[in-house]
Design a protein. Sequence first.
Lengths: 79, 405
Amino acid sequence: MDDVKDKVIAILNDLTGEDFSDNLDENLYDSALLDSMGTVQLLLELQDELGISAPVSEFDRNEWDTPAKIIAKVEEMKQ
Amino acid sequence: MRWYIPYGNPTYFIWLALAIIPLMIGLLYGRRFRGYQTVISLFFLILTFGGPNWRTGIALVGYLAYQVILVAAYSKYRQRKASPNKGWPFVMAVILAIIPLVIVKVTPAIESGRQSIIGFLGISYITFKVVQTIMETRDGIIKAFHPVLFGQFLLFFPTISSGPIDRYRRFLADYDNVPKRADYLNLIQTGVRYVFTGFVYKFILAYIFGTVLMPGIEQRAILAHGFSWNIVAYMYVYSLDLFFDFAGYSLFAVGISYLMGIKAPMNFNQPFKSKNIKDFWNRWHMTLSFWFRDYIFMRLVFFFMKHKVFKSRVTTANVCYVINMLIMGFWHGETWFYITYGLFHGCALVINDTWLRYKKKHQDVIPHNKFTELFAIFLTFNVVCFSFLIFSGFLNTLFFGPSNF
């Protein structure tokens, strides 16, 4: 499962230019690191890299707003 | 028989208070009287769509039947086992869902201002709810179709005429539940505060700007023929009236929803404090701009990126901004000033992003302090007010006479 975590962190690092390894609870929207563009890129990357297809309407901002929550969501969807 | 525009006059509020008190007592004791809620909903719908407006009432009923059948049919297709989930039934469903609205919007433009007979107050807002339900059904997020609950969602009377635009899953979670007493007491407290703030906004501030100040300025601007400072005065007065009127209405709608134990989303968050245009759209008519963001902008971006239509991310974003805001312009109505307003905001978002990128790249040389922040707020406010001047159609009256188009 750590594989998922590393990949998500790598994708987020790519998108925002920040390393979240020690900062899993940072709110990505409040800090304006992620916007709608970034969100769509994130969804596409998750699809390409991890093979999970999360449609745009799955994306409730309150449920996907920190790296930790995204990792949890992805792990849940992988099963 | 009279008719009542929602939240339009004191009598409406008296009816409202009387009608929701039993509902509130029920909620306080852990019960939601759904049958009673349906009865009072019908009562308030008849107040607005009955009497001299009975024709729009019939239009509403016909529209509702049409949309319920449409969404039922699409849900049946989508929710059967191993549904192929092809693109064309989805596109067809969305087109069919917006056709009535398109007819209502286009009719005045081609029939010299005459309103379509299938129109009624709030048709846009119900259409938004229908379209988003179809989209979420396609995505498989909405897994079951329930005609009665869907009808409750579409016809939720506190927000029927002008939003806020709720989301089906969010609404249903509230409607199916009864809030805990402590939470509900908080909702009552906030709801009452919203309604009273709404009174100040709509019946005092919007009255001062819209009814006391605006007509005189309008007169002087027209008499001045051509450009005069009165146009600038009109721009500010119109913008403030627009805000206090609409934000006041929205506070009523959200406040009453809260009293009914439904946490309808907020529509405004101090928009004139925005530091840039993007910030503005996160604060102004939020449920509409978020609707456009989630159901148009993000889906366009997704489509363009997936099919690699544009090479760069920046181009993709810019194209989507302009399309997104243009659609919003067309939605407001088929006049040059609404469409220009949309285009204006599309371009403003592009410029805003370009500037933010430039600023980020050169952050060591571009100053950022309290003063620049104040300047940003001032600039954004003026850009927004100018866009509202376009939106108001006043320039059309001034320079092109009283006709549309």
